[in-house]
Ligand binder design. Sequence first.
Ligand SMILES: *Cc1c(COP(=O)(O)O)cnc(C)c1O
Length: 339
Amino acid sequence: MRYIDLRSDTVTRPTEEMRAAMATAVVGDDVYGDDPTVHELESLAAKLCGKEAALFMPTGTMANQVAVMTFTKRGDEVILGRFSHIAAYEAGAAAVLSAVNYSAVDNADEIITAADIAARVRSKDVHFPDTGLVCLENALGSGRVVPLDAMKSAYEEAKKHKIPVYLDGARIFNAALHLGVDASEIAKYCDALMFCISKGLCAPVGSLLAGSGDFIARARRFRKMLGGGMRQAGVLSAAGLISLNTMRHRLSDDHKNADYLAEGLAQIKGITVDYTRRDINLVFFTIKKDGFDHAAFPAKMLDAGIKINGIAGGMYRFVTHNDVSRKDIDRVIDMVSSL
Ligand SMILES: *Cc1c(COP(=O)(O)O)cnc(C)c1O
């Protein structure tokens, strides 16, 4: 049975073109530095981000944690969003691996402003931790895209205090598409960043960490320390090259499909789409109907061949991607309205 899977864009399967490229990839041992396909992917990633160098990582989570480790020292304080991926969805890794504290910003829109940073930067005092890093996110996991001027002012504030800025750009190409700019325009306002190729870009595995040559050289050692040094990773990088050269240019389909899905859902009685964060391929909505069984909703959808996540934080999240067509969305809307 073919399922329509709306749980995430991480569920995308590698395309036929990717599978063929993976089968024939020229590879070497990347820990020895001699896998040409990994090098090709890293060079392209660096170029797209406007940075000197990039490093192929097994996951976005490891990329984030290696970045925190590379930028900070034990006991430092990191300024980040309360619901940022690093703070909320990485099993508390930064406390374990880098021994850092968080100074968490808790704004309703999750956008970190220059004022938030100014208010949190520590002065030199024997009682205080040092502020070691600012972590931004764009697009936010909530689906909202942070405007460029907000990123710019946050970055400039951090620079005023000589604090490095890291960007979790898991979906940076979705953010860039929404803003109508190249990803490098967003990456201007950070010293290093990560993006995922395993989400909407359809690669089976992987994320790229990009930054200065010196930063990447140090990050490479921490990647090894955490067990992320991969050998014939060219097999995976071959798919990643197709992510960046081909699949990147079809993300607009996902955004249009998300708009279409949102419009369809919004027509259904009792459903309210959250349009305040309808920027990328993530559609958030509430269902308020008398007697609606939230606990049974995912199972009912599954019976109809549609995979969804249960309600989280009072909202449902449906995600569009390469394996979800217009026709699929029509089916989803019909199914939801029948419940
Ligand atoms: C998905 C995601 C990550 C982590 O990526 P994994 O490859 O799943 O570890 C990090 N940050 C954000 C904002 C994400 O959406």
